[in-house]
Design a protein around this ligand. Structure first.
Ligand code: DX5
Ligand code: ZN
Length: 220
């Protein structure tokens, strides 16, 4: 069975506490927090995501899955560590070399938090093979990072397949999360390719009935 990480990026602010309760009651597995700095991608969601993390710390025990789409990674790692996330995912493309990336991985782990690495649609999967042994999760972007509500790019699922084959062959225990354009239809393809955690934003937040859509996505 796949797990569902609900992206709350597009959750409107009115009545948001009730919506967060409803998402938890709908049995999502994680709250996915999309942090955008206005540099790595155009949008800036820092204040909104901080506010939502504060709410979550007060009202929910579900794990927080932070996805940092930022250039100054360390600054935002520090800003979001305070919310005690279960995992922080950073983008490979934000680093100029592997040593810097390894430093951040070490830093996040020293702060008792799991680590994920994300790659954009144009980044080759082979680029992260050498760091898999240091991390807990790979987040494969199935759309260009920057906003919710886009369509999944089918070729990105070939990377999920390749990664899945590689980790099986090398006997590496790691989660494969996909992010962007996940709905009832694409979820089936993503699972078939080997993803075990699906991020879903607008498919859930735009639905009339959170319970129904989450159930549908989980049982595929
Ligand atoms: C995109 C974000 C995603 C996105 C998911 O940059 O990382 O988490 O908001 O939203 P949907 O499911 O609507 O594509
Ligand atoms: Zn995301």
């Amino acid at each position: 069975m796949v797990e569902i990480s609900a992206s709350i990026l597009n959750l409107e602010e009115d009545n948001v506490i009730k919506k967060l309760y409803d998402l938890e009651a709908a049995k999502i597995d994680y709250f996915h927090i999309d942090v955008m700095d206005g540099i790595f991608v155009k949008n800036n969601t820092v204040q909104k995501m901080k506010k939502y993390c504060e709410y979550l710390n007060n009202i929910s025990n579900l794990p927080i899955d932070v996805h940092l789409m930022v250039t100054n990674v360390k600054e935002y790692v520090n800003e979001f560590l305070v919310f005690k996330p279960n995992i922080i995912t950073v983008h490979l493309e934000a680093f100029s070399n592997k040593n810097e990336l390894k430093e951040i991985i070490k830093y996040i782990k020293e702060n008792n938090t799991r680590v994920g690495i994300s790659i954009k649609p144009d980044t080759k999967i082979g680029e992260i093979f050498e760091i898999l042994k240091y991390i807990h999760q790979v987040l494969i972007m199935t759309v260009e990072p920057g906003k919710g509500g886009q369509s999944l790019i089918p070729q990105t699922l070939e990377k999920v397949e390749a990664l899945n084959e590689f980790i099986k062959k090398e006997n590496i225990d790691i989660d494969i999360e996909v992010d962007g354009g996940i709905n009832e239809k694409t979820a089936i393809e993503a699972k078939k390719a080997g993803a075990n955690i699906l991020v879903a934003g607008t498919a859930i937040t735009r639905a009339e009935d959170y319970k129904k859509i989450v159930e549908e996505l989980k049982k595929i």
